[in-house]
Design a protein around this ligand. Sequence first.
Ligand SMILES: Cc1cc2nc3c(=O)[nH]c(=O)nc-3n(C[C@H](O)[C@H](O)[C@H](O)COP(=O)(O)OP(=O)(O)OC[C@H]3O[C@@H](n4cnc5c(N)ncnc54)[C@H](O)[C@@H]3O)c2cc1C
Length: 420
Amino acid sequence: MQSTQVIVVGGGPAGLTAAIALGAAGVETVLVAPPPPADTRTTALLASSVTALEALGAWAHCRAEAAPLRTLRLVDDTGRLLRAPEVRFDAAEIGLDAFGYNIANRHLVTALEARAKALPALQRRSEAAAAVSIGDADVTVTLASDECLTARLAIGADGRRSLCRRATGIETNRRAGRQTALALSFGHSRPHNDTSTEFHTPDGPFTTVPLPGEARDQAKWNPVSRPDHAPNHRSSLVWVLGPGTARRVLAWDDAALSAEVERCSHSILGKTAIEPERGIFPLTTETAERFAANRVALIGEAAHVMPPIGAQGLNLGLRDAAQIAELVIAARETGADIGSDALLARYDALRRPDVTTRMLAVDWLNRSLLSDFLPVQSLRGVGLYALDRIGPLRRLVMREGIAPSASEPALMRGVALHQD
Ligand SMILES: Cc1cc2nc3c(=O)[nH]c(=O)nc-3n(C[C@H](O)[C@H](O)[C@H](O)COP(=O)(O)OP(=O)(O)OC[C@H]3O[C@@H](n4cnc5c(N)ncnc54)[C@H](O)[C@@H]3O)c2cc1C
């Protein structure tokens, strides 16, 4: 039985970030993480998440693979009688160069893994946790190979079917939606100009998000290339559909799907050619009743799952990771128990308002889009009209959207938790 200070279960972006934050501060940590499954998604990392990754020394590995998000457009494409005006958010309006950066999950995870490998206090076991058992003074994680690890605290970063969560007996409030998201990347003949566009359709949002790089067909589309030409002819797509439509669309060949992507984006990006990988994700809304108990703290999708609207999911997960690391490092400095009930209750209290407000906002936006009820549609239209017309309201929403005004972990403000 190996004894360590903290065990992090799950090597997705949230688990890796928590493990790096702890390892960089010299907290003896074991990351239990089998190689991650293939992922076609990209993540729009908001500015505060980028700041945190910079402070952890991981952003340098990401930068070349990430595209800035400078403008966000919301376009009502419901075709309904009552349609909302287009709303446009510009990062410059709140004094930012960009709202954040979009990066493929596989590049983000590779970058985090590279940073994790460089930390002597952080060890990795490339296998799954098979069991988690909780004692009064410690928690034991049994690996698939039967090796046992014990620690004062386990961080459950093991995703939506979290073994750690089940081991603690924490229940969730779960609602399976009637929607599925199709995630893919595509090249296009017109530049994206660092702009993400969210078309609101009656099935859910159809959102294009900038990526760096050229489309494979770029030379064919634009034979005369300019020397000052920025490589901005690739984007990712998150297309929320009803499950029946999603199954149909998934069966189309590349040419048919490319044509449909071009049609649904109203050709704003010109000709489109999808890249081969496609992934579908049934959408659910799920929140753990408690984010920590019995020497286990839950982070990322082990704690909360939400539809991919407004780029909130992993940004919340990174704030969870930063918050638990901050509490553990502070407790260790005073010699306190890093898995105590008091510390876990504090973690829950600090994360609850941020998670709850974002879950509610995303849920309301999504439901109001799907609703056939005229008063709900009018309310949504009035809200978007107000955002379009009232500058201070729009700026408040932009600031709150990229960082919560309450309880932001220090790492998100660039305060390093470790000394190099
Ligand atoms: C289509 C789509 C687009 C999205 N876009 C955005 C966006 O733009 N911005 C944003 O902020 N969020 C976005 N999200 C949400 C974001 O993708 C998730 O919040 C994020 O991937 C969750 O990361 P995680 O580390 O918590 O979980 P995961 O990525 O699910 O990682 C969990 C890890 O735990 C491992 N694991 C599971 N069980 C065990 C075990 N027993 N032992 C060891 N390891 C285990 C798994 O192998 C996995 O690697 C999007 C989601 C979808 C569906």
